[in-house]
Design a protein around this ligand. Structure first.
Ligand code: NAD
Length: 357
């Protein structure tokens, strides 16, 4: 009979409820324990979702019925909690961003390898059908050579949001602002679709909130495959429009946003042109695939990722978002901050020099 995996959750705040729903939805998983230092919070969570409540996460990860740990604490604590769980021999599913410092992310990769445990990073947008479909098409060359990528990550957050928890909007615990927190998903979608970035030139500024981190950032990007592009992250654009990625190739263009594929225009093939003897530009703008609706932010993505996490532990399939993928996202975001600080283009490989991974 297949093993049932006992899950421990560190942090019982907003996102932990998604992990609880995802674990409960998987027949091979159950909630064994939850930890949160706020008195009564873990017990209340356990009463609602199952398992035993702990105030001390270190005690929780030592429990023999905890095989896997979901890290749902403020971003600045991810590394400490993921490393502690892996040192205790547990598989880890860590919320995005996997860490807020590059050296910590690198250490997480190293410890996962040394301990022989699975380390997954939550990036639930990778699980959606539109992005899978678009990624496949890009890989098959449907849009020709990819030459330009525009990533717009436009959110609105009021000051009350930043004031709602003392870790939000801080360098120490949020690790950044609109880029590290909200931008992490769009940056990951971009990597998933187009691949790694070679260099970046960014401006990150705080324009409309009383916070120490940026609420607006713009970057010029050069991808390893030769494409150019730009990234905009914001929590000052009202109303927020979420994530939007436009991908331009020599044979077509696609636009993906949080509601699905909004545009899919492919130039006609040589054979079609010869047959129809039409203007070679006539196909541009032709929408050959309709929008694909998504229902908004429910626990579906987390549920698919927990399923994938368990299958990856069993060696049945690769992780949808591996620790290496998560590292790439953190590397790009930190390179944006470094570029803005140094007022110069940053080569991402240079940021990794001297890192033990
Ligand atoms: N995947 C997504 O779409 C998504 C969405 C929201 C948040 N997140 C990520 O989830 C993380 C948490 O965000 P949130 O909105 O749930 O925050 P939150 O403030 O609602 O919850 C964090 C919880 O961690 C607890 N905590 C703090 N220190 C702890 C410790 N030492 N041990 C155990 N628990 C501790 C806090 O008491 C709190 O209950 C962030 O890193 C964020 O980036 C991801």
């Amino acid at each position: 009979m297949a093993k049932t995996f006992g899950f421990g959750i560190i942090g019982a705040g907003v996102i932990s409820a998604y992990h609880a729903e995802a674990i409960k939805a998987n027949p091979d998983a159950q909630i064994a324990a939850v930890a949160d230092p706020i008195p009564g919070r873990a017990a209340e969570f356990a009463a609602k979702h199952g398992g035993r409540g702990f105030e001390d996460w270190k005690e929780m990860v030592r429990q023999p019925d905890v095989d896997c740990v979901c890290v749902c604490t403020p971003s600045g604590m991810h590394a400490e909690h993921a490393l502690g769980a892996m040192e205790a021999g547990k598989h880890v599913n860590v919320e995005k961003p996997m860490a807020i410092r590059l050296a910590d992310a690198a250490k997480m990769l190293k410890i996962a390898r040394e301990k022989g445990v699975t380390l997954a990073v939550v990036s639930q947008l990778r699980t959606t059908e539109p992005i899978q479909k678009l990624r496949k098409a890009i890989g098959e060359g449907v849009f020709g050579k990819i030459v330009n990528v525009d990533v717009l990550i436009k959110y609105w957050r009021n000051q009350a949001y930043y004031d709602s928890a003392n870790w939000r909007g801080t360098w120490a615990m949020d690790g950044g602002g609109s880029t590290m927190n909200q931008g992490c998903h769009g940056v990951d979608e971009m990597h998933f679709l187009v691949g790694p970035v070679e260099s970046i030139y960014a401006k990150c500024e705080t324009v409309a909130h009383s916070i120490e981190v940026e609420d607006l950032a713009v970057a010029l990007v050069k991808f390893k495959n030769g494409a150019l592009g730009h990234i905009l992250t914001s929590t000052v654009t009202n109303p927020g429009t979420g994530n939007r990625i436009e991908i331009n190739g020599t044979q077509g263009t696609a636009v993906l946003d949080d509601k699905g594929i909004q545009s899919w225009a492919v130039a006609p093939s040589k054979e079609e042109l010869a047959k129809e003897t039409i203007d070679p530009n006539a196909g541009a703008g032709k929408n050959v695939a309709g929008g694909s609706a998504v229902t908004g932010f429910d626990a579906t993505g987390h549920t698919l990722q927990i399923g994938n996490f368990i299958k990856a532990i069993r060696g049945e399939e690769p992780l949808i978002c591996s620790a290496q993928d998560g590292f790439q996202d953190v590397l790009l975001i930190i390179s944006m901050y470094e570029s803005s600080k140094q007022k110069k283009e940053i080569i991402l490989a240079d940021m990794c020099k001297g890192l033990e991974m």
